[in-house]
Structure formats: structure tokens, C-alpha cells
Design a protein around this ligand. Structure first.
Ligand code: ADP
Ligand code: MG
Length: 282
């Protein structure tokens, strides 16, 4: 032996990332249901040199509300974008409803983080809701009365039908969030991906949104929310995916949302007293 220490696994180039993911990725014990809404295997995503997600395995269960939690920069938004096929994937696979992502894309609706939207864009509430139909209508397709009615029904579901002609920039944060949820509802998808839908909204909007999400679940649809409020995880969600670059834990809230996995996910950023106040079930 030369006495040289082996080089640590550094994630400096995509090629290295791919090797490390193939060699060192976690091994799944039970295979996921073949038609699960979303199955992610060995997913590594990198913007430039720095990976945002590393060798992540995750399975979204059908007919459940799933929270994706983790500290800022953990890769939560990136996870949703990977599920939409719009994140720079270095390695790994993403399938939806047992199909390649491209074939299932129409069954997935997305509500982006409110902060990432340009709210000065001059568009009315009804136009935003109608955007949910673009996939079936096409950009130059006709907006028929029936389609307009569907968009209005989606707005009614979030209590925003009275604002159809209002410019979106003139709504409150909570109202804007509802309109974007309406856009996703108009799409009538089977898998809903929402990025921090409760961030910066008023209490009435939070109630309205969780009621809609529960209705979607009752209809057998699947919902994944990036969620920042640890205190409501147990109330709102059936399952959690805890991320911090890697998958830290995944499963039913009662099993996976533990003090230990919270500590592993947030490290020193979460006070022990805070964890103790969460009334964890395990
Ligand atoms: P989270 O949603 O958990 O806060 P993100 O998925 O937004 O985390 O980001 C994960 C990491 O990837 C962060 O370090 C962030 O700075 C980086 N990142 C996200 N989007 C981009 C991008 N478009 N270009 C470069 N880096 C990005
Ligand atoms: Mg984010």
C-alpha cells in the first residue's frame, strides 16, 4: 500500500455522482406497487457541480396526502420538479402510474411556490384557471363554454369564483394561492404536487386548501405537498418524505415522523425542545 488514503466520494462531476449513486445508494427492501403515482429510484439531480438531491428513492402512495419536509435548500422543490421532468437529472429513474414520466405527464398537476411566480403578469383569475386546461385544449385551442364552466367550477371549489375578472396581481397572497390550486383542479389530475401551499396564507385559506386536499384524497387522488410547518404534519398528512439532500425517512407519519428522523433531517437547526413540542406518535 502506498499509504495514500482513498479519495473521499466527492460530488464534483456528474460522472462521479452517477458512480457513487450506483455503488452506494440505499437498497429498497419491498418493491413499490407497480402502478404507484410516483416511483423515484436512485435519483440524483444537480444544478451545475453541486447536487441538490443525491441517490433518492421514494414512492408516493395512491390516495394519500404526503408531506415532503426538510430544511431550506434540502432539495424539496427540486424533488417536485424532478417528478415533473423539469429538474436536471444526473442519474436515476422517475416513473408515474407505472409509465415513463413523459407518458404520464398529463395526469400530474403542479402548484408552484407562490414566491416563484411573477404576480405582475397581467392576467385575470379566470385566465389562470383556464391555464389548467391548456394541455387538453392546446395553446391555440378554443375555450368552449363547457371548458369555461369547468374553470369556474374549479374556482368555486376554492371560493374564488367571485373574483373571475380580477387581475391576479391585485389579490392577497392567500387568494393567489387558491387561484393556483384552482388551476390545478381544472386540470383534473390524479397526482397533485404542491410547493408550500400554506406558506404565507391566512388561516381561512389554509382551512380551504386542506379541505380541498382531503376531498381529492377521498376521490382516490394523490397529493404531495412540500410543507414547512412541522406542527401540522400529523394533523394534515398520512405520509412523510423527509429529505436533506438524501432521503432521511419515508413512510406513514406514525412510523417515519420521529424525533430521531427529525434530528437527522434538520440536525442542529431544530431545537430539542421544539421536537418535544411536536407530540410525535413514535
Ligand atoms: P428546498 O425547496 O428544499 O428549499 P431546492 O430544491 O429549492 O430546496 O434547492 C436545493 C438546492 O439546489 C439549493 O442549494 C438551491 O440553491 C439549489 N438550486 C435550486 N434551484 C436551482 C437552480 N435553478 N439553479 C441552481 N441551483 C439551484
Ligand atoms: Mg423549496
Amino acid at each position: 500500500m502506498s499509504g495514500k488514503r482513498p479519495e473521499p466520494v466527492r460530488t464534483t462531476t456528474p460522472a462521479r455522482i452517477r458512480l457513487a449513486a450506483a455503488d452506494g445508494g440505499p437498497v429498497e427492501v419491498a418493491p413499490p406497487p407497480p402502478n404507484a403515482p410516483l416511483v423515484v429510484r436512485g435519483l440524483t439531480v444537480s444544478y451545475g457541480e453541486k447536487p441538490a438531491l443525491f441517490s433518492v428513492d421514494a414512492t408516493v402512495a395512491a390516495g394519500a396526502l404526503t408531506a415532503v419536509i426538510g430544511p431550506n435548500g434540502a432539495g424539496k422543490s427540486t424533488f417536485l420538479k424532478a417528478a415533473l421532468g423539469i429538474a436536471p437529472r444526473v442519474s436515476g429513474t422517475v416513473t408515474a402510474f407505472g409509465r415513463p414520466l413523459e407518458e404520464a405527464r398529463g395526469r400530474i398537476a403542479y402548484v408552484p411556490q407562490r414566491a416563484s411566480v411573477d404576480w405582475d403578469f397581467p392576467v385575470r383569475v379566470i385566465d389562470v384557471a383556464l391555464m389548467g386546461l391548456y394541455r387538453e385544449v392546446g395553446l391555440l385551442g378554443r375555450i368552449t363554454g363547457a371548458r369555461r364552466a369547468r374553470a369556474m367550477a374549479a374556482l368555486a371549489r376554492v371560493g374564488m369564483d367571485g373574483f373571475a375578472d380580477r387581475q391576479i396581481g391585485r389579490l392577497s397572497g392567500g387568494q393567489q394561492q387558491r387561484v393556483f390550486l384552482a388551476r390545478a383542479l381544472a386540470q383534473s389530475a390524479d397526482l397533485y404536487l404542491l410547493d408550500e401551499p400554506f406558506a404565507g396564507v391566512d388561516a381561512a385559506t389554509e382551512k380551504a386548501i386542506i379541505a380541498v386536499l382531503r376531498d381529492l384524497r377521498a376521490e382516490g387522488r394523490s397529493v404531495v405537498c412540500v410543507h414547512h410547518d412541522l406542527a401540522t404534519v400529523t394533523d394534515y398528512f398520512d405520509r412523510v418524505l423527509m429529505l436533506n439532500l438524501r432521503r432521511i425517512a419515508e413512510g406513514p407519519v406514525a412510523e417515519a415522523f420521529t424525533a430521531e428522523s427529525l434530528q437527522a433531517t434538520y440536525g442542529g437547526r431544530l431545537e430539542t425542545a421544539h421536537i418535544a413540542g411536536l407530540h410525535l406518535t413514535a
